[in-house]
Design a protein around this ligand. Structure first.
Ligand code: NDP
Ligand code: MG
Ligand code: MG
Length: 333
């Protein structure tokens, strides 16, 4: 059984007299900074002067500094800028200002695991990776709950690195939901494999292909949208709350029988083999290499694929239907 920490296993005390610099004020940065501040900790923000984040963080009452200046003032650094941006910012604005005994925290192990950032040996290197988008990190915290997270220690210079990681996790609200001890390797690989094969890649393709099948059989796109996209959320909510068996108890007997007998024929062993191939490309580092290269080239493939998705019929019909479902006249979601 995995080692799971909850609120009682973590103490904020190790962070009480420290200054925490949250680097980046985007999806995770904003959520984590606000939660840490509401937990009574001393938080400053490091971002690019004059940018969107700079103004927003100021508006929300933080002391905001250029990244190098924030690092100079901090004891604990949270690296919450995009993974592809981190290595360069690290080299120019963070590493030169690190002092012995500082703590550097990541929300994803990518750069450490694949060796794109190599911290000096005189700092602690930890990870608190919320298993959730940033806005939920904040929303659940405000409701008195938290989202689960993974914690890991890459480098324990102080001998207290895990205490720091757990304190950060507690400040963000994650120990309320449970925090699992992992390694940078396990977090990085499972995160990439999971998002590619199941969460982002798998779900999106499953829904798109399900929609295409219905439309190609001559059914109305609007009916297809409700069937495979809108209702997917409702089924997922049941799985999320009650497990797969619980979901099956909440659908009709016909859906239960049809799902159990036909599901494995659709998502069959070939799909599992495809998933394993994708996983191997993550584990071998091939995917990371490809992505770093794509990023350096200005992301031409990513831009083209995003364009294609926007023009897919499920998106066109979805934009119209969501105006009705969510009563948003001006929605461009
Ligand atoms: P975002 O894309 O939301 O980060 C945006 C922030 O980074 C903004 O403050 C932006 O500043 C700043 N930034 C962007 N480019 C630069 C640059 N070139 N130089 C300096 N600052 C820059 O990041 P996420 O929150 O998505 O990801 C942060 C970390 O959290 C990553 O390691 C990610 O893997 C991890 N993570 C993310 C999750 C998520 O839900 N998004 C979930 C779990 C982990 P400006 O306004 O000036 O552009
Ligand atoms: Mg993830
Ligand atoms: Mg990820």
């Amino acid at each position: 059984m995995a080692k799971i920490f909850t609120d009682k296993d973590a103490s904020l005390d190790v962070l009480k007299d420290k200054t925490i610099a949250v680097i980046g004020y985007g999806s995770q940065g904003r959520a984590q900074a606000l939660n840490l501040r509401d937990s009574g900790l001393n938080v400053i923000i490091g971002v690019r002067p004059g940018g969107r984040s700079w103004n927003l963080a100021k508006q929300e009452g933080f002391e905001v500094y250029p990244i190098d200046e924030a690092v100079k003032r901090a004891d604990v650094i949270l690296m919450l800028i995009p993974d592809m941006v981190q290595p360069e910012v690290w080299k120019k604005q963070i590493e030169p200002h690190l002092r012995e005994g500082m703590v550097v925290d990541f929300a994803h192990g990518f750069n450490i695991h694949f060796g794109l950032i190599k911290p000096p040996e005189y700092v602690d290197v930890v990870m608190v990776a919320p298993k959730s988008p940033g806005y939920m990190v904040r929303e659940m915290f405000m409701k008195g709950y938290g989202v689960p997270a993974l914690v890991a220690v890459h480098q324990d210079y102080s001998g207290r690195a895990l205490d720091y990681a757990l304190a950060i996790a507690k400040g963000i609200g994650c120990t309320r939901a449970g925090v699992i001890l992992t390694t940078f390797k396990e977090e990085t690989e499972t995160d990439l494999i999971g998002e590619q094969t199941v969460l982002v890649g798998g779900l999106m393709e499953l829904i798109k292909k399900g929609f295409e099948v219905l439309v190609e059989l001559g059914y109305q796109p609007e009916v297809a949208y409700f069937e495979v996209l809108n209702e997917a959320k409702l089924i997922m909510d049941l799985i999320w709350r009650y497990g797969i068996r619980g979901m099956l108890e909440n659908v009709s007997e016909t859906a239960r029988y049809g799902g159990l007998t036909v599901g494995p024929k659709v998502i069959d062993e070939h799909v599992k083999e495809n998933m394993k191939r994708a996983a191997q490309r993550v584990i071998s580092g091939e995917f990371a290499k490809e992505w770093v290269e794509e990023y350096r080239r200005g992301m031409p493939t990513l831009k083209q694929l995003l364009e294609e998705v926007s023009n897919h019929p499920i998106e066109r019909v979805g934009r119209e239907l969501r105006k009705i479902i969510f009563r948003e006249e001006q929605s461009n979601q």
